[in-house]
Write a protein that binds this ligand. Structure first.
Ligand code: Z16
Length: 838
């Protein structure tokens, strides 16, 4: 760092962010002319987007620097959020709103000849995630910064994010998402590079004091290079950091020895193999496939992040025992569980601590969040694969398991079976490492993501661990969403209306202020404005539908939306069967009867994992049903079925504000929480849903008159499944008619859908589609009736929004901070924000 006498110059010339329109325009023009080497004669929207982003990035990095300096100086506890996914979406709009300069930018861009919407739309989504889990991590980063918590996110800098979905002849086609061509939001830190080791062997030796030691030697080295993404808080000068690691060959450009010996091709291949580690995001949501490259990704990212965290801790020259007072690490699902083992290895093999001393530090440092009870999603790694890739880590896991099982045996000496049930190593062929069990044993707290889910993990998959560790180790933190992106950014007109009645934008920082809206639930003028905004949002979505699918939809029809990853447990198949049922009902009616029906647009969107055939079949069926219904003159506006291609964060920002009703209809007990349910209600839409995940808590908050619940309860699912398999299973009669129609070929070759129908008719109907079908359709009829009374409908929407305060990710992050991390906010000094502009 710079010696004291020279620091005056640094202070004098310190970078300052712009504040006025004039300064913003100056920055944009400077970036166009110098950074991009273009001019007013060839500045298109892409260049204007780049320049505007760079102007905001400069401003953010100034705030970022001060935030980091303040945190270093305070020398307090920091939180590290380890997530293999961060589904960020676009950054420019968010940055403008969070620093409170969107109006300035809008006027400035206009003065320079651009419309701000067009500029915002130039940005490619940062889509480094699959669905709920990745988007939750992104909402958490927004809340951590907005609440001034000293926190870092750690992830992987994938060259390819989640694939882009195209629909060709009704089928999903995956196109690679190469998003890094131009990304103004990241700072490469070529000086922050960590060597990561793989393969090799373990050497045992005695040190000079005669102590038994282990050392991991040989194998190969890959470099991890840091890329930093600034995360601005809303209405605060705090700007946190998301550090993403990119893999690079260790020998620089290429291996010169191989090059000189004429083996050029193989030296290039080595380099490419190293770069493969961070090349692609695995596109599975709620499914574990056990691929070696995925384990490599996990260790690569975990080892680089821990090296960084430990290096930062060591600068403070504290005793190791203080590590858990300085560092809280949250494991987002089991993906980063190797961090538990890696920290133990660092303390034991590299820092020379005793096992017990090291383990006590490790287990106080970590918290583990579980996001699913689905057995196919729980990570397991084969022991032989582990042995080959991470030999020392496998030894440490065996040792952790040994001490753990010994303690279990002492506690339950008479229980013979418990040891096999809770062992971190599953005695299968081949043996498997159970990552969730390792995460539980290595953490001081384990949480689920909604009340029902947290109860379920305690009574089913982790039941034995509650007996072993006691109930206090297990807790619930119900998920939340950031109101900045999901209300203010996605639905600016609604945000403005709310601000006008609640005394400004304060509700975006304290979402319980929404309560003030309840007194307008019967206010005629307010309701009119409310309904106008909803209608305008539907017109906007109708335009999007027209331009992407060619189908004209009536914005006055009820918009019924289900957008989320396609999965059997989320039951998009039940929704499309419901559409077919509705179609058959319409077809059987007289023109007079049809006139009484409520027009509806059923909108679907979501990606299927590329290898998930049943999910792809569901997409195919939705598209084929749409093709038939949308051109049937008997139906007209009464029903349209739309599949929106390539659902992602930026499309969600258009879709969600336009819903009248959205569907959250998973088989009870399968959806851990769901978070889009919260986004839809916050945007003034009602929901139809099962008693699952956070739907239950949403009902408790907004009142059961304001939600359409249906279907069997979680507690009955097991018995129903048993009855399907061992009793008699009769198909719901309406569903039988739907199947008949599919089999007739009304929606194209019936053979294409036989697996989908067969899963329900012949293979046990695991997700209870038939059991819930009748109650689902009945409830949809109630929705139709309720929608006819627009006056009452709008009141329900207003009351619901007014009661959504609980679902802010700010509430959620404060709960983590208090009950799991034990960290305090570190607010910027007064005037720091003002200082930036001057
Ligand atoms: C995921 O998105 C979720 C769970 C999981 O094990 C893996 C992935 Cl990629 C989702 C849950 O399905 C959803 O219910 C929950 O709201 C979300 O994680 C965030 O907790």
């Amino acid at each position: 760092s710079i010696p004291e006498p020279q620091r005056e110059a640094w202070k004098k010339f310190a970078a300052k962010g712009f504040r006025t329109q004039e300064d913003f325009e100056k920055e944009v023009v400077r970036h166009v002319e110098t950074t991009l080497a273009r001019s007013m004669f060839n500045c298109d929207e892409t260049a204007a987007y780049a320049a505007a982003s760079l102007a905001f990035r400069d401003r953010l990095i100034t705030q970022w620097n001060r935030t980091q300096q303040r945190q270093t100086f305070a020398d307090g506890k920091r939180v590290y959020y380890l997530s293999l996914e961060f589904l960020m979406g676009r950054a420019l709009d968010n940055a403008m709103l969070n620093v409170g300069l969107k109006d300035v930018a809008k006027a400035g861009l206009q003065d320079l000849g651009f419309r701000i919407e067009d500029i915002i739309n130039q940005e490619h989504d940062a889509a480094l995630g699959n669905g709920g889990l990745g988007r939750l991590a992104a909402c958490f980063l927004d809340s951590l910064a907005s609440l001034n918590y000293p926190a870092w996110g750690y992830g992987l800098r994938y060259r390819y994010g989640i694939f882009k979905q195209e629909i060709v002849d009704g089928y999903q086609v995956e196109v690679p998402d190469y998003w890094l061509d131009f990304n103004p939001w990241e700072f490469p830190r070529h000086d922050v590079v960590v060597d990561i080791q793989f393969y090799g062997h373990v050497r045992k030796f005695q040190d000079t004091q005669g102590k038994q030691c282990s050392s991991w030697e040989g194998g190969e080295i890959v470099k991890a290079v840091a890329y930093d993404v600034p995360i601005p808080g809303f209405d605060t000068a705090a700007t946190n950091n998301l550090r993403l690691w990119s893999s690079k060959a260790a020998s620089g450009e290429f291996d010169f020895q191989k090059f000189n010996s004429g083996d050029y091709e193989s030296s290039v291949a080595d380099q490419q193999r190293a770069e493969t580690i961070s090349a692609v995001l695995y596109p599975n949501d709620n499914l574990d496939r056990g691929k070696e490259l995925r384990l490599k990704q996990q260790y690569f990212w975990v080892a680089a992040s821990l090296y960084d965290i430990v290096r930062r801790f060591k600068k403070s020259k504290r005793a190791w025992s203080e590590f858990p007072d300085q560092v809280a690490i949250q494991l987002n699902d089991t993906h980063p569980t190797l961090a538990v083992v890696e920290l133990q290895r660092i303390l034991l093999d590299l820092e020379g601590l005793e096992w017990d001393e090291a383990w006590s530090i490790v287990s106080k440092t970590f918290g583990y969040t579980n996001h699913t009870v689905l057995p196919e999603a729980l990570e397991k790694w084969s022991v032989p694969l582990f042995q080959n890739l991470l030999p020392r880590h496998l030894q440490i896991i065996y040792e952790i398991n040994l001490y753990f099982l010994q303690s279990v045996e002492r506690k339950f000496p008479k229980d013979r079976d418990i040891l096999a049930r809770v062992s971190i190593i599953e005695e299968s062929q081949p043996k498997m490492v159970r990552m969730a069990f390792l995460a539980i044993v290595g953490s001081h707290k384990v949480n689920g993501v909604a009340e029902l889910h947290s109860d379920l993990i305690k009574t089913t998959i982790f039941k034995d661990f509650v007996k072993i560790f006691g109930p206090d180790k297990f807790t619930n933190v119900t998920n939340g969403i950031t109101p900045r992106r999901w209300l203010h950014q996605a639905n600016p007109r609604l945000s403005e209306l709310i601000a006008s009645k609640t005394g400004g934008l304060g509700f975006l920082k304290d979402l319980n202020i929404l309560n003030d809206l309840e007194k307008y639930a019967d206010d005629k003028e307010f309701k009119k404005e409310w309904a106008e905004i909803k209608y305008a949002n539907k017109v906007q979505l109708a335009k999007h539908i027209k331009s992407t699918t060619g189908v004209t939809v009536n914005p006055s029809a009820l918009f019924d939306i289900q957008v989320k990853r396609i999965h059997e447990y989320k039951r998009q198949q039940m929704n499309i069967f419901g559409c077919i049922h509705r179609y058959l009902t319409i077809k059987s009616m007289t023109p007079e009867e049809r006139k009484k029906l409520a027009p509806r647009v059923s909108i679907f969107g979501g990606k299927a994992a590329p290898g998930y055939w049943m999910a792809k079949t569901i997409i195919h069926l939705i598209n084929n049903v749409g093709a038939v219904i949308n051109k049937d003159p008997d139906v007209g506006d009464l029903l349209k079925v739309i599949f929106l291609e390539d659902y992602n964060v930026s499309k969600a920002e258009i879709i969600i504000p336009a819903s009248d009703i959205s569907e959250h209809i998973s088989t009870a007990g399968t959806e851990a929480s769901g978070t889009s349910n919260m986004k839809f209600v916050l945007n003034g839409g009602l929901i139809i849903g099962t008693c699952d995940g956070a739907n239950i808590e949403i009902t408790r908050e907004i009142g059961e008159n304001n939600i359409f619940l249906f279907g069997n309860l979680a507690e009955d699912v097991e018995d129903l499944r048993h009855a399907h398999n061992y009793g008699s299973h009769t198909l719901d009669p309406d569903l039988a008619k739907v199947f008949e129609e599919i089999k007739k070929g009304t929606f194209g070759d019936a053979g294409a859908f036989s697996a989908l129908v067969g899963a329900i008719e012949d293979h046990g109907d695991y997700y209870l589609v038939s059991d819930d079908f009748h109650s689902y359709n009945q409830t949809q009829t109630l929705v139709d009736e309720a929608y006819k009374n627009q006056d009452e409908w709008v009141s329900k929407c207003i009351i619901s929004v007014a009661r959504m305060g609980f679902f802010s990710s700010d509430r959620c992050i404060n709960e983590y901070a208090e009950s799991i991390w034990n960290v305090e906010p570190l607010a910027p000094e007064k005037g720091e924000t003002d200082g930036l502009g001057k």
